[in-house]
Design a protein. Sequence first.
Length: 428
Amino acid sequence: MPGIVIVGVQWGDEGKGKATDLLGERTDWVVKFNGGNNAGHTVVIGDEKYALHLLPSGILSPGVTPVIGNGVVVDLEVLFQELDALEARGIDISKLRISANAHVITHYHRTLDKVQERFLGKRQIGTTGRGIGPTYADKINRMGIRMQDLFDESILRQKVEGALEQKNHLLVKVFNRRDITVDEIVEDLLSYADRVRPMVCDTGLLLNDALERGEVVVFEGGQATMLDIDHGTYPFVTSSSATAGGASTGSGVGPNRLDRIVGIVKAYTTRVGAGPFPTELFDADGDWLREGGHEYGTTTGRERRVGWYDAPITRYATRINGITDLVLTKLDVLTGRPTIPVCVAYDVNGERFEEVPVNQSDFHHATPILEEFPGWTEDITGARTFDDLPKNAQDYVLALEEMSGTRISVIGVGPGRDEVIVRHDLVD
């Protein structure tokens, strides 16, 4: 079973990095196939904590070749900041490979991202301001800059000139900002060319060859299903394909090579940024979840919005992605509550919805129909088998599994690398 896709089920921050790391010792390749440095993974190894934003979390596993696929947008400054920081801590970074077709985030992308978001006023989406959206927009508009363009100064200059001809009109005449010169952008990008050159190659070819040899390739999605550009809570979404289908388009590997789809889901729900969130809590329960789960963004430090587990969202994500296995994270955060509410359906103007409404307005006005499950007080961080869990914790997991439409194969019972219960092997 060589091709394994890992995707977020909710709005991100579910713990995908930990799941990828769990597979790491039996994985040969880890591929990031979408997004950029607008989201992050926190991986805990022993007493060491690593916050990764652009790099695949597999870079922390010895023997694994980490790959940044063509579906990713790359901020070169961030890339080398992360690489230098890891190298300083003794991590081998020499195996990193980057697709020649991955697009590059420039200074003008970051500038436009910030000023356009402010311009929206009350209609702000909640972007991180890191240039992700404008870079993907240029990609779709066929005026983007790709990694391979760094190695041909003439082509690079032509592309930057074409992009700035339009963007400087926006910056100066609409947003009252100074114009950006071609020379400053070209000079900045070329400053990274020599160092990045050995990393850039035809990663699609490498990955297909690896799969032909029977090696294990893990495709690691950024963000999550409910932030997917097509299937998420549009327009409050990211600018890339964060679902399992994006693993193919963002890596150059055909869908028939993807053998297992692993969805990562928290035992409750969080999201960052604006947009509908039916189970969101604004009371002491929300504060309790946020503090217990340390719910602050890895990349932005922003306080995450928190709410109870949403079963219809998990069913939706299972269907959209074709999820074969779920990894349930942060079950330990719920320890200590007498009862634990779960959203089993929605109420929209008096009508019950068992599934996520297709109409965005309905979803925006949805209120959760909650079912209470008995809680537990026992410390579960030492549990390593399902039978080690208190009965109420077992019943909670089994109830979520029944509502999800697929099996829960791994349960996270603490932040540490080894604080997991494996019910079904993810690589077999």
